[in-house]
Design a protein around this ligand. Structure first.
Ligand code: NFS
Length: 623
């Protein structure tokens, strides 16, 4: 029906929502509608629950209702506190993911990693050099042990700098220091947000926001960057790889296993275990043609980038994947996993398996994952999925046909390799104007807006205007599903970008990975800025999160802006209750950190904002 068509631009979503209706099942879209109207105070960010004199809420109306909380906090203070608590949560999520990778590296170096190896020695050497760890005549395990110790220490240290933050151009670091927002330790900045937002501590909106930016920098140039780099050391740095995207990657005649969540420590091992001869034989015995592992969300991006494991969809497709009736197990770790999956999987034969001691769910079977027995545990989980195949009801299976080819795996190293080993050719194309600039388009899905509409249209509009797009997360998945990640998509690009892509054989939209891999985008921008002797804020680059919803996205937006990159948000953050905070983020920040946020739900308008920003930066550089 018309109502379903308005929920997404993806035909698999239309088909599966109709199927959900037929079966009487609810999804996030139904729950969203049931929630309307959403709380107006919450939307404006003026509700405070930080102490038990409240909850307090500030009236948005000029003439009526309270203007201060019981402690006297104004809307400006409450909005700023709430916003930076979102940053704290987001930075904590990314950074805890990074910490887990550091832990896995440590265990592996000590010979206690139950199946992990150091796959990328080149990257190990590079990172060791960055940390001044000697490599001469030492084994990779010895080097890795020192590196793991060093990155592990970044989280708990009391005084900075965080090593990777020094990848930023000198001018940017100077600016952070001048503003007092150069992060010390990753955990310290997050803790300090919790302290400052406690009743009766920091009550200056600007001072609060600055601390939010400091914690976000500790995420982007700390926790997230550590997650990315250490994942590369352990699992290999992504290289261009072909794969498929959308729900059609599920197979009617194979055991389907979905890996969903974020940390590649789990998904890598599930992929490895799915190739185990014993389990393949078991699958065959039960009548399945094979074991088909597919990904969802950002852990899906991790195994897509490194192994070409097909990706079944982005955030809002997690329930729809289960509704196909074809999934033997959905295996999760942390982040972006809907607790609704418990009830939903209960309506099918699908096993919902949680694995992290940090994340349990109603209706899930908990099989705890530990790195020291990683492969063995992964094998048991996969065995359970294979055995579950016999309970599939073929009559209940509805798998959409759609699956679209994509070329993924554009790590910074892979981009350099595609360019012939140096950034020079890219800089030349930017200088000549063939490529106008670079846009990073990232972030979640959100049922408040038509699924994938903002993602796909913003990206198409940018490439049409000769802006090369780099992407991660749910945006990347949206792009893959519509064929934008094929070299042939160059035909949809403007004349300049088209020729560049065709001569290099690359798509106009480059998949750089999961959300923690936005750190790869920072690394590229830093390298370009340093090569030109300018700050990141001088570059013709822009960022966007057209359908964001998570607290992680708030942290991401904040570190991207703190890094000097103008960023457009497609859904409205809960700050409009404070004119002061809104103005600080959308205008005031420009003078302080050389970049601002804008909010623009319409992707075509958003593209215009980004393009005109890029044009301005080109002009300022004399291009
Ligand atoms: Ni990132 Fe959003 Fe989640 Fe990935 Fe998707 S919802 S902030 S894009 S899967 S982390």
């Amino acid at each position: 029906s018309d109502k379903i068509l308005k929920k997404s631009i993806d035909p698999t979503v239309h088909q599966m929502l109709a199927r959900a209706q037929e079966l009487g099942l609810e999804t996030a879209w139904d729950r969203y509608e049931a929630m309307l109207p959403e709380c107006g105070f919450g939307e404006l960010g003026v509700c405070c629950r930080n102490c038990n004199m409240g909850p307090c809420r500030i009236s948005p109306f000029e003439d009526a209702g309270p203007k201060r909380g019981v402690c006297g906090a104004t809307a400006d203070i409450i909005v700023a506190r709430n916003l930076i608590r979102m940053i704290a949560a987001g930075a904590a999520a990314h950074s805890d993911h990074g910490r887990d990778l550091a832990h896995t590296l440590l265990m592996t170096a000590e010979g206690k990693g139950g199946g992990y190896e150091i796959r990328d020695e080149q990257k190990l050497q590079t990172l060791a050099a960055e940390y001044n760890i000697s490599t001469e005549g030492r084994s990779k395990e010895e080097i890795a042990l020192d590196l793991a110790g060093a990155v592990y220490a970044e989280f708990g240290k009391q005084e900075g700098p965080i090593r990777f933050s020094r990848r930023a151009p000198r001018k940017r670091v100077d600016l952070w220091q001048k503003l007092g927002i150069d992060p010390r330790g990753v955990d310290r900045e997050i803790v300090e947000i919790m302290h400052r937002t406690h009743i009766g501590v920091d009550n200056d909106p600007v001072n609060l926001i600055l601390q939010g930016l400091r914690a976000s920098i500790a995420d982007g140039w700390g926790g997230s960057m550590i997650a990315t780099e250490i994942s590369d050391v352990l699992f290999g740095t992504p290289k261009p790889t072909r794969s498929l995207a959308n729900l059609g990657v599920l197979k009617a005649d194979e055991v389907n296993i979905i890996v969903h969540g974020h940390e590649p420590t789990l998904s890598e091992m599930i992929v490895a275990a799915s190739r185990d001869a014993e389990l393949l034989a078991l699958a065959a015995k039960l009548g399945a043609k094979g074991i088909n592992v597919v990904g969802l969300c950002c852990t899906g991006n991790e195994v897509l980038m490194r192994h070409g494991i097909p990706i079944a969809g982005n955030f809002l497709q997690q329930e729809l994947a289960v509704i196909t009736g074809a999934v033997e197990a959905i295996i999760v770790d942390v982040q972006c996993i809907m607790p609704a999956l418990g009830n939903l999987t209960g309506c099918f034969h699908t096993k919902f398996i949680s694995t992290s001691p940090k994340a349990k769910f109603p209706g899930a079977i908990h099989i705890e994952f530990h790195e020291d027995q990683a492969y063995d545990i992964a094998k048991e989980i996969v065995r359970g999925a294979v055995e579950n195949y016999r309970w599939r009801k073929p009559g209940q299976v509805v798998i959409p046909d759609e699956k679209v080819e994509c070329l993924v795996g554009f790590s910074t190293e892979a981009i350099l390799a595609a360019l012939g080993g140096s950034l020079e050719p890219l800089l030349e194309q930017i200088k000549s104007g063939a490529i106008k600039g670079l846009a990073g388009v990232v972030g979640c899905n959100n049922p408040k807006v038509q699924h994938d509409f903002g993602h796909v249209n913003l990206v198409k509009e940018l490439i049409r205007n000769n802006v090369l797009v780099v992407t991660t997360g749910c945006n990347a998945i949206a792009c893959a599903k519509v064929g934008l990640m094929l070299p042939e998509a160059a035909a949809q690009a403007g004349d300049g970008l088209k020729v560049v892509c065709q001569s290099l054989g690359i798509p106009p939209v480059l998949h750089m990975g999961s959300c923690v891999d936005i750190s790869r985008i920072l690394t590229v921008c830093a390298a370009v800025a340093s090569a030109l002797g300018v700050d990141i804020s001088d570059l013709p680059v822009a960022g966007a999160a057209p359908e964001w919803m998570s607290e992680k996205a708030v942290s991401i937006g904040s570190y991207v802006v703190s890094s000097g990159i103008f960023t457009v948000l497609g859904t409205v953050p809960p700050v409009l209750g404070s004119t002061a905070v809104t103005e600080l983020l959308t205008t005031g920040a420009k003078e302080a950190i050389g970049a601002t946020f804008a909010v623009e739900p319409d992707p075509f308008q958003a593209a215009q904002l980004m393009i005109s920003h890029i044009e301005d930066k080109r002009a300022a550089l004399g291009l």
